[in-house]
Ligand binder design. Structure first.
Ligand code: B12
Ligand code: SF4
Length: 576
């Protein structure tokens, strides 16, 4: 089934690349605030040594590569030089994935491609493709606005409806806090689909995919079978579901739970879901499903700054209920909204902190291209067209004119908010251990448990013991006396229930301490910056590539929008 092309009777050679590094430094192409780490960037950034550190691959590239029949090289986190070296190999197609803050990098990469490999067709994709008129701002041949697999397949003359292949990948690499690696090899990545139907006005992932959900895995059975395959290959039953609002499709989640119960294979999941979807699915079901972590957009306290998805939701009660049941909660909030003033913004910060979640994300309101908010701000002349795209990362300047927050005053609020959360609620590491322990106790207290809940209880027990080893470190590097006391007390309570740490565990704690001291020294001498290493992955046409061997094949879902529209969109936005 090797694909041959009109040119030279050989498979197409495709290079798919992320933008070049270094990342998170002030240079001609980027800013120091725009680091390549999710939590250290916008969740635990103020938590010093205890900040959660890890990196993600550019997943979209691997999904594209695994789903086309061509000789594909995926180049992740290259340097500019490394990208140039790759171009010299001569590719038919060079695909670049980027988001708006990396606009200038994408532009430079297309310039280099024209220079070094003028025969290559340049395709741009990812959220940067949504930038107004990007096809006129960057020299390229095609811009893919939205879902990419079907587009790329049809562009290469393949069947866009061919079965979907889910590659096997880890959700994150080099996971650590206090310089201590997290136990295990890292959860598996699962992407059941892209987009969300809710269409909150600021949300680019909803708008980019046309305010609809494109499911790659549309039934619970497909999700289960895909998960089973990946779990067997990687030897780990834990998953991060990279789906904007996984629980929104209750039916699929219920089917997934039923499949797990049928096969007695109890995976655990981390996921994003909106409060209404969680409430509708029910917290009991979340526990049974094995949800360990949930990221919820609570956004703001008042109806002025909130959205339909939070209507009628008691955020504080929901957060407590989830944590009581052992589910780690990340509460996300938006600062410098239009109704915010220097006087009232603290109310929303206090609201988020007062929820007492395990983790908090604070982001600045950012009208991202393609969103309803962007269109609205554009119409009202509020967009800051003077601000280069490198600054569009949501952690420093506002990208629209807000009379209450001129200059970099927004950044000061962000830092103050993160700091307050840390001082009031202690480190997220402490909170996460506490939540998992709470989950264990809630299941132990039940008068009876079926096989599913027995398994969940055992999972909580193991995780509590695994995580508890970090508590002495939390106490040592505590932000204040409150945290020191909390961590020591929790460690004692856990020991009371499960017995004093064994000799092996005590040895582990000594190693943990040594690792933390090494990390502290490293930070003092060289700073705490971490650059992701360049990764090259090859996918061979006609052969079962690593990803194809380790992937699940399900029929590709047909989307309502006819493919011609998607192609036409791309053609319309192409100037090549
Ligand atoms: C993982 C991730 C990261 C990783 C980056 C990993 C990496 N190697 O780049 C980390 C955590 C480091 C990160 C950081 C940031 N991120 Co981020 N990130 C995501 C996240 C959660 C998942 C992306 C993903 O894998 N999706 C699943 C895949 C399958 O979908 P996809 O990438 O969209 O790909 C599909 C299409 O877009 C298309 N496609 C993509 N690329 C290409 C290329 C070609 C050639 C073609 C044809 C098609 C195509 O085809 C794919 C299949 O349909 C998204 C949110 C989301 N749910 O998508 C945010 C998101 C992409 N990130 C975002 C932002 C803002 C950032 C930060 C600026 C955050 C910050 N505040 O500082 C930083 C920037 C870091 C940097 N220096 O570049 C925004 C981008 C919005 C925007 N328009 O600007 C998003 C959408 C989140 C959000 N809702 O705000 N991020
Ligand atoms: S519910 Fe979440 S993912 Fe869905 S549109 Fe709103 S913000 Fe976006």
């Amino acid at each position: 089934m090797s694909k041959t092309t009109s040119h030279e009777n050989r498979p197409q050679r495709v290079l798919l690349s992320g933008v070049f590094g270094p990342f998170g430094v002030d240079d001609a192409y980027g800013r120091k605030e725009n680091i390549m780490e999710l939590f250290h960037n916008q969740v635990t950034k103020a938590q010093e040594m205890g900040s959660w550190r890890f990196q993600h691959r550019s997943f979209g590239l691997y999904f594209l590569a695994a789903n086309i029949n061509a000789d594909v090289t995926v180049l992740d986190f290259p340097s500019r030089k490394r990208f140039m070296r790759e171009l010299k190999k001569g590719y038919d197609v060079v695909g670049i994935s980027f988001i708006p803050p990396n606009f200038i990098k994408a532009k430079e990469m297309t310039r280099l491609t024209r220079l070094i490999s003028p025969e290559s067709t340049i395709v741009l994709g990812g959220h940067g493709a949504a930038i107004d008129g990007v096809e006129h701002l960057i020299d390229c041949d095609h811009v893919v606005k939205g879902e990419g697999i079907r587009w790329l397949r049809s562009f290469l003359g393949e069947d866009p409806d061919a079965p979907f292949v889910h590659p096997t990948l880890s959700i994150a690499e080099r996971q650590a806090a206090f310089g201590v690696p997290f136990p295990g090899v890292g959860a598996n990545l699962l992407v059941p689909g892209v987009g969300c139907v809710n269409g909150c006005k600021f949300c680019c992932t909803s708008h980019f995919f046309g305010r609809k959900y494109t499911a790659y895995l549309s039934t619970g059975k497909q999700v289960f079978e895909t998960a089973q395959r990946i779990a067997d290959e990687r030897g780990i039953d834990e998953f991060f579901i990279m789906d904007e609002n996984f629980l929104k499709d209750h039916q699929r989640s219920k089917e997934l739970l039923a499949e797990m119960e049928l096969h007695q294979r109890y995976f655990t999941f981390h996921m994003f879901s909106s409060a209404e979807a969680i409430t509708a699915f029910g917290v009991d079901n979340l526990v049974r499903l094995g949800v360990n972590f949930v990221w919820i957009g609570f956004e703001a306290s008042s109806s002025k700054g909130n959205f339909e998805k939070n209507k009628g939701i008691d955020a504080k009660r929901l957060t407590k209920e989830l944590r009581d049941r052992g589910i780690i909660v990340l509460a996300s909030g938006i600062l410098c909204q239009e109704h915010h003033t220097q006087e009232n913004i603290q109310t929303d910060i206090d609201f988020l902190v007062g929820l007492e979640p395990d983790l908090v994300q604070f982001m600045l309101l950012t009208p991202l291209p393609v969103t309803a908010l962007y269109q609205d701000h554009k119409r009202r002349g509020l967009l800051r067209e003077d601000l280069p795209f490198e600054e569009w990362h949501g952690q420093k300047y506002l990208t629209f004119r807000h009379p209450e927050f001129p200059g970099d005053s927004s950044e000061k609020w962000i830092w103050a908010a993160f700091r307050k959360d840390y001082e009031v609620n202690s480190s997220s590491m402490y909170r996460a251990v506490e939540t998992v322990f709470r989950g264990y106790r809630s299941l132990v207290a039940l008068p009876q448990r079926d096989a599913c809940l027995e398994t969940r209880m055992e999972q909580f027990r193991r995780r509590t013991l695994e995580y508890a080893g970090i508590l002495p470190l939390v106490a040592k590097y505590a932000v204040n006396e409150i945290e020191r006391t909390r961590a020591t007390t929790l460690d004692r309570e856990i020991a009371k229930l499960f017995g004093k740490p064994s000799i092996k565990e005590r040895l582990r704690r000594v190693v943990i301490l040594a690792l933390a001291m090494r990390w502290k020294l490293r930070c003092r001498l060289f700073g705490d910056g971490i650059q992701p290493p360049t990764t090259v992955t090859k996918f061979k046409a006609g052969e079962k590539s690593i990803a194809a061997v380790s992937s699940t094949i399900v029929p590709f879902p047909r989307v309502k929008e006819p493919l011609e529209t998607a192609s036409r969109k791309a053609a319309a936005s192409s100037h090549g």
